[in-house]
Design a protein around this ligand. Structure first.
Ligand code: FAD
Length: 314
């Protein structure tokens, strides 16, 4: 099996995890993902911390650092400023998101400024990137150089089981097509637990005219509380079969084995039936995602032997 793969990290929430971020980034970088994405806290709360992790990926690995950005917490002008700040730091790849309502607000409240959807943000990212002058050239020197705008990934989110707020999958297909029309070059999916959900979604998206890669987002789930939490975060039903199987395990080792085996089988199915890449949600862990990639034959076990074993969650 040979497909590109990528990882997601999130900014550390404790000083202890912050101290370990370089080691985590290096361990993931060592297996040559095509990019490592870094989440963006609600309302832009993690802007500095996100940038720190992106800089680590830029400096310590060969992977492309990809920044999540949200509409929540930013006006159109403020988002343009943030994109420029990231471009100045050499971050040229982005995942454009609307973001969820901030704590205490619901979808029925007004929680956005004049930037209102993932599609609008994708369009803004493309525009700012096209205009961006590398900092070292400066505006005057820039006039005398034939300048190639930085090429970059503009990724967006996709929901194989529908966005919790969408009225029908039709609406999700239209939203995804609008994102591609706005400049998106890659879609990354929300977590799901059955490969068939992904296949049905991709088939529907293609029928609606979406042509960009739709990369499945995968996570080996190795504990019951994490399964429940991840399902809640994704707005998905807790998958009954996996819940039952994890519940029947009598040790952490058995739960780890089950979670990794379930994700491995699903990845085999996904790639065998058309997924062009895999995106692994790591939760700042390296052990389980690397073990998964090794079982898929995507990374060499000797490379893994040199990678530090990092199992503590953030
Ligand atoms: P949008 O696509 O803008 O859509 C929001 C809603 O509007 C949906 O119901 C959609 O159906 C509807 N809609 C949009 N466009 C149209 C249209 N043209 N016509 C009709 N309806 C439309 N959140 C964070 O805060 N930080 C993160 O770092 C983060 N990372 C994520 C990474 C991935 C891979 C995924 C899948 C989600 C992530 N999220 C993150 C969560 C995301 O912000 C929420 O799911 C949010 O509610 C929707 O964002 P969106 O960009 O998909 O929204």
């Amino acid at each position: 099996m040979s497909v590109p793969f990528s990882f997601e990290l999130f900014p550390p929430r404790t000083p202890k995890v912050a101290a370990r971020m370089p080691e985590i980034a290096r361990a993931l970088g060592r297996v040559h993902p095509d990019f490592i994405s870094v989440t963006f806290g609600a309302g832009g709360s993690s802007r500095g911390a996100s940038l720190d992790v992106l800089a680590l990926i830029r400096d310590e690995t060969t992977a492309r650092p990809l920044a999540h950005l949200t509409c929540v917490g930013s006006s159109f002008a403020q988002a343009a400023e943030i994109i420029t700040e990231f471009l100045d730091e050499g971050i040229t790849d982005f995942l454009a998101l609307r973001g969820d309502p901030p704590a205490g607000l619901t979808e029925h409240d007004e929680f956005l400024s004049d930037l209102r959807s993932g599609a609008e943000l994708a369009q803004l990212i493309d525009g700012v990137r096209q205009q961006h002058l590398p900092r070292e050239l400066g505006p005057i020197a820039g006039r005398w150089h034939v300048r190639t705008p930085p090429a970059g990934i503009t990724a967006v989110a996709a929901y194989p089981n529908g966005h919790p707020q969408s009225r029908s999958l039709e609406q999700d297909f239209d939203a995804l097509l609008a994102k591609e029309a706005a400049g998106a070059t890659l879609a990354i999916t929300q977590l799901f637990f059955e490969a068939d959900d992904y296949f049905a979604f991709v088939e529907g998206a293609r029928a609606h005219g979406v042509t960009m890669e739709i990369r499945p987002g995968i996570m080996p789930v190795t504990s019951l509380p994490r399964l429940v939490r991840m399902s809640q975060l994704a707005g998905e039903e807790v998958p009954e079969r996996l819940h039952r199987s994890l519940d029947a395990c009598h040790s952490d080792e058995a739960r780890r084995e089950l979670g990794i085996a379930h994700a491995t089988a699903m990845c085999h199915d996904l790639v065998a039936h058309g997924a062009r890449g895999l995106h692994l949600y790591t939760h700042n862990r390296t052990d389980e995602p690397l073990e998964l990639l090794s079982r898929l034959g995507l990374v060499d076990r000797t490379t893994l032997a040199t990678a530090e074993r990092t199992t503590t969650a953030a």
